[in-house]
Every structure is written in C-alpha cells, then in structure tokens.
Design a protein around this ligand. Structure first.
Ligand code: NAD
Ligand code: ZN
Length: 360
C-alpha cells in the first residue's frame, strides 16, 4: 500500500470584509512592473463597484470579466491563456479568480496553461501536468463546490468532461470573505449549497472512506444541516457556515471521491449543458436506492426552501444522446467504485443507468 501525498492550499484568509486586504496580499507576489496580475471575474460583478473598486490595478494589471453562463471549456482556457500570454510583456505575476466554481476553475486552469505546452485537453486526467502553474488566487463569491480547496479544475473538452487533477492545481492563496456571497440568488444558493451536501453524502457513504475524509465530511454535513434545516442562524452566520461547509466538503473528497450523483450529473452536463449544482440536485433527488438517508434529508431541505426541480429532462433524448450520456457517466470509474465497490459494473449496468436517467 502506498499512500498519496496531497498538496493543500498554502495560505488562506477567513473573515467578513477580508476582501479589503486583496492588494496587500498581492503586493509581495508581484514579480516586477512588467509582470501583471490578471483578475478573472464573473461578469455578474461587471458594474458592481462595491466589489471592483477595492481592486487597485497597477502597471499592466487587468480585469477580464467572464460569463459563467456556461461551465469552463478546454478551448476557452486555451484562448484565455493565449490572450494573456500575448498581451503581457512578461509572464504574469499571478491569476486571481473571483466568482463561483466556474471562475475558480478557470483561474486554476489558466494558471496551469500559462506554464505548460499544448492544450488544456491534454491535461484532463490525473497527474499529467508537468510544470508548476503560476501563482494563483481563489476568491469564492458563492459557496458549495469546494473548488476553492480542491486539487482539480473541471473542464469540458472535445471528448470528455474531466478535471485536471494535479499537484499544481490547488490555489496558492484563498480569500474567504462571506460578505461576497450576500447577493447570490436564492435558487442558485440552494443548488450550489447542495453540491456541498452531496459531496458529504457521497464521501461519507463511499467505499474509499477513511478517517481523514470522514472527519471533514462530518463537519461539513453538520454545517449544511444547520444552514439548510435549522432556523436559528442569522444571515451572516449562515453565509459563514456555508462557506466553511464548502471548504470542509472539498477537503473531504481530497482523500476520497464523489459518487453516483456526480457521475450522472457529468453525463447530463456533457449532453444537455446542465450546470453542476442544479444537475446534481436533479439526479440526487432520484437516488434514494443508493443514498436513502441523504436523499431523505435532501427532500426535506428542498421542501423547506420551496425549490422546484425540472422533471423529464431526458425524455426527449435520442438514443445516440442517451448513449453518449451513459458513456460519459460510466467512464468515471473511480466515482462508481467509490460508490458501489470493486464490483460496481455488476450493479450499475448500462441498462440500469439508462432507466435511472429516464426517470429524471
Ligand atoms: P457558478 O460559478 O457557475 O455560478 C453560478 C451562478 O451564480 C452564476 O450565474 C454566477 O454569475 C452567480 N453568482 C456567483 N456569485 C454570485 C454573487 N456573489 N452574487 C450574485 N450571483 C453570483 O456556480 P458554482 O455552482 O459555484 O460552480 C459550478 C462549477 O464548479 C461547475 O463548472 C463545476 O464543474 C465546478 N466544480 C468544480 C469543483 C472543483 O473541485 N474544481 C467542484 C465542484 C464543482
Ligand atoms: Zn460537485
């Protein structure tokens, strides 16, 4: 048995209003006046001076606003990296991602592609990245994905949706300022928050579970229950707790894996473009056979917050589309093995999976 040696986020600031310190955090990391900081910011903040006015741009520093309407694609990462290389006098001092999982993943991937040849799709998989990324900072503005702490950046490529999982992927610096999440729309708050809840359930019930994952998973699950099922928290407390739940949920899967909801949601995303948070909810809602306790809690949370999920989203798919969906989902072997054990192929046959999709 050989144990994996995982890197972690090396520095983290936690606190309401801590985003005010962004310039002080970056200043010592500036390589020289020709090496800019590039800010990748969700375009939902485009005319939001409450956030952007706190960023002091010096020399050639730049903000690039990016829509998170679609999840990150390998091509988009390649284009961004190329644009940044071509328009900067020298290799940038750092990439700062500000937004949800979409922007955080883009920032991680771009920082890798600035120092690695070829295309982002070449690095989708496990431990394929050769050179360290440039300095990269993650500043979440919505909580749940754990992308701020994880060792992966999930990208949709020409042939698969798969992360760049590498020792160079985790952020060098994270700023956790729950105030940045104050204007998240309610449905999105629920979907992305449930991503965290589902990470906990998939990790805690998985065959890969170990004490490292279990302790983080339990902390995150407890926080999710407080946020989504109890009534005693102030808005600020709830925002802070969900931010930490996201962190711990992400830590929990570092040393384990996600499971069936994620495998199936990747299939939905690849074929229908369904976004991660809502996709996980749509799928998880129908997984009581595999996660009875988790799904029961999920339904309570859904009801408490009056969330209505789309139904029948697979009913009009062609055979070809359904087959692609099965292929993408079943290709994620570690997720199935974590959920169902070494003999998972006997339990989750393509026919069984197809029937599940058709329920959704
Ligand atoms: P997101 O980043 O796509 O954002 C969802 C929506 O919320 C967008 O419309 C965005 O504009 C809006 N938003 C974000 N912050 C806001 C704010 N403060 N105020 C108002 N609106 C705000 O959603 P997400 O659920 O955080 O991320 C999903 C992505 O994360 C997917 O691409 C998924 O693959 C990825 N993901 C990555 C990991 C990882 O470990 N790397 C883990 C899970 C998910
Ligand atoms: Zn997830």
């Amino acid at each position: 048995m050989s144990y994996k040696n995982f890197p972690m986020v090396s520095r983290v600031i936690f606190g309401r209003g801590s985003f005010n310190q962004i310039n002080d955090v970056l200043a010592p990391k500036r390589l020289n006046s020709k090496a800019p900081f590039i800010f990748l910011i969700d375009d939902v903040f485009k005319n939001n001076s409450w956030l952007t006015s706190r960023i002091q741009l010096s020399y050639d520093d730049r903000i690039i606003f990016i829509s998170s309407k679609e999840e990150p694609k390998t091509e988009q990462v390649d284009e961004l990296a190329e644009e940044i290389i071509l328009t900067s006098k020298e290799r940038p001092s750092g990439i700062i991602g500000i937004g949800g999982g979409t922007l955080l993943d883009l920032a991680k991937a771009v920082s890798i592609m600035i120092t690695n040849d070829g295309e982002a799709k070449d690095y989708q998989g496990w431990d394929l990245v050769k050179n360290p990324a440039i300095f990269h900072v993650g500043i979440p503005t919505i909580s749940g994905t754990g992308a701020e702490v994880s060792r992966t950046t999930v990208l949709t490529g020409p042939s698969k949706k798969l992360g760049i999982n590498s020792d160079y992927t985790p952020f060098d610096q994270v700023i956790l300022d729950s105030e940045l999440t104050k204007d998240v729309p309610k449905n999105q708050w629920f979907y992305t928050g449930m991503d965290c809840f589902i990470h906990c359930i998939e990790s805690l019930t998985g065959t890969y579970l170990n004490t490292f994952s279990e302790s983080y998973g339990n902390m995150a699950l407890d926080l999710c229950k407080q946020v989504f099922l109890e009534d005693h928290l102030s808005m600020e407390e709830a925002q802070e707790k969900l931010m930490m739940a996201s962190w711990h949920g992400g830590m929990s899967i570092v040393y384990s894996q996600v499971g069936i909801a994620h495998a199936m949601s990747y299939g939905l995303s690849y074929v229908l473009g369904t976004k991660h948070g809502i996709g996980n909810c749509i799928v998880f809602n129908h997984l009581e056979e595999f996660y009875p306790d988790g799904v029961k809690l999920f339904k309570q949370m859904k009801e408490k917050h009056c969330i209505a999920l789309p139904e029948g989203i697979c009913s009009d798919l062609s055979d070809r589309e359904l087959n692609t969906m099965l292929h993408i989902a079943l290709g994620l072997e570690p997720l199935w093995e974590n959920a169902l054990g070494k003999n998972w192929k006997k339990i989750m046959t393509p026919e069984k999976l197809k029937a599940l999709y058709l329920k959704m």
